[in-house]
Design a protein around this ligand. Structure first.
Ligand code: 9UX
Length: 72
């Protein structure tokens, strides 16, 4: 069973930033789909909660230099 979440991401200023965040989240095992929206500074993520959680997503965002600003 998959879950959907939208998280707020800080620090993205260009399309490449958004792609970097998208890749970092997308590489987590258990993430099924990810779409980063630069304009709204959000990432919509479909994931398998048995494999991955919000804390992992937060760490992935921070590991590439952006800010996790919480779940919307
Ligand atoms: Mo978005 Mo960073 O350019 O150099 S990837 S601001």
């Amino acid at each position: 069973e998959s879950k959907d979440v939208v998280v707020k991401v800080g620090g993205m200023t260009c399309a490449m930033c958004a792609k970097t965040v998208e890749k970092a989240i997308g590489e987590l095992p258990g993430v099924l789909d990810v779409n980063v929206n630069l304009a709204t500074e959000t990432a919509r993520i479909s994931y398998n909660p048995a494999s991955v959680g919000i804390e992992d997503i937060k760490k992935a965002i921070e590991s590439v230099g952006y800010e996790f600003l919480g779940v919307e």
